[in-house]
Design a binder for this molecule. Structure first.
Ligand code: FE2
Length: 295
């Protein structure tokens, strides 16, 4: 089945671009590459031109996701499949493609009304990624920028859309009391997207995750966060399903960033779907009892 191959980019609508610029470069260690004429700030973390587009917007939320396919033929196949499934698909104009730095894209909404884009042909950077936060490098490239977790009104309906329309595969589930999470992959990264069932959630974004090459970078950043660089959402811990060691901090838009290392990878030739009754094997303690430790 033709499928998306990686999470290419995320669009964020943020209230304070200046605060985000400082947080992105100093705390996350990702690099500001350009500011478009409309003020949109583009950030990179690997060989792709950019992975995040931050738009001036009062929502302070993830506003769209961009999923890469390998070829023009794959884009056409997925677009046609969505249309056959009754989804309203907008084929990207030249101007939209140029704005996203891709060859072509389509736009549509998922069952929760989230804006989703599928594209092929991302622009690559002309120089290697070098973080201003010394020694910081990310596990990205063909695994995509990382992962993100958003709210879904009905977990199964949303999971079914992403598997049947975009060709993603189920990794596993976490169910603990009323907490229900589902995880999907499209390459060896354990999950590129996950959903937490939360009908009517005021903010769609739970968190996005950046995976570091080096555990010491996670440790040093954990030190700086404990010293006040960003509010802590979850302490250092290891997740049950992807086995990532990570901590969670609050970004300037008020939702989470998971900063992690050491996740296991999916091998589709022998992967078996599982369910867990806990998100973490140790740690990931919340100083705020209302927060959710979504892997
Ligand atoms: Fe996560």
């Amino acid at each position: 089945m033709t499928a998306v191959s990686q999470l290419g980019y995320l669009g964020l609508g943020v209230k304070d671009l200046g605060e985000w610029a400082a947080y992105a470069e100093q705390t996350l260690g990702i690099e500001r590459v350009a500011t478009d004429a409309d003020g949109t700030m583009l950030l990179r973390l690997d060989e792709h031109h950019h992975r995040f587009a931050l738009h001036q917007d009062a929502h302070d939320d993830i506003t769209y996701s961009g999923w890469q396919v390998d070829t023009a033929a794959d884009l056409k196949t997925i677009g046609t499949r969505l249309e056959a499934g009754g989804v309203d698909v907008a084929w990207g104009t030249r101007e939209e493609s140029e704005r996203r730095r891709v060859i072509n894209l389509i736009r549509f909404k998922d069952p929760d009304g989230h804006d989703v884009e599928v594209f092929y042909g991302p622009q690559m950077a002309s120089a290697p990624f070098v973080s201003k936060k010394g020694g910081t490098s990310f596990v990205a490239g063909s695994q995509g920028l990382g992962h993100f977790v958003i709210a879904a009104n009905n977990l199964e309906t949303t999971m079914d859309f992403y598997t049947s329309m975009l060709g993603m595969k189920v990794s596993d589930y976490v169910t603990r009391g009323r907490l229900k999470l589902g995880f999907l992959h499209c390459n060896p990264r354990h999950h590129s997207i996950a959903f937490v069932e939360f009908p009517g959630a005021p903010k769609r974004a739970n968190h996005f995750m950046l995976q570091l090459e080096d555990f010491d970078t996670v440790g040093r950043t954990w030190d700086s966060v404990q010293s006040g660089a960003a509010p802590v959402i979850m302490t250092l811990g290891r997740h049950s399903n992807d086995e990532m060691v990570s901590f969670y901090m609050r970004n300037p838009s008020g939702f989470g960033v998971e900063y992690g290392w050491g996740a296991r990878e999916v091998d589709d030739s022998c992967w078996q779907v599982a369910q867990y009754d806990t998100t973490s094997t140790w740690g990931h303690k919340s100083p705020d009892r209302t927060a959710i430790a979504a892997p």
